[in-house]
Design a protein. Sequence first.
Length: 105
Amino acid sequence: MNQSVIKPLDYQVVEEELNLTLVELCQTCRVTEDLISEWVFEGVLEPVGQQPQEWKFSGSALRRAQLALHLTQDLELNTPGVALALDLLDQIDMLKAELKRNSHH
């Protein structure tokens, strides 16, 4: 496995109100529909809509997909590993926010 160090990523700021279709998300991230579908199945991404042709992805989903791609390519994580890593990163962000709120009291 590649011995990369996880570092802050420089992604463009995107609008939260984005509503990308599956095809648009695939084109933006340069990945296949199968990979996006895997990520949805594993809970990495949570689109609005029931069927793939109805899915809409927000700006935060785009950022999450870009991070998932980084974890897949650079750290060679499989899809369940990406889901776990993103869940852990989310938990770290929540704990940091809670610590920041508590330190101001």
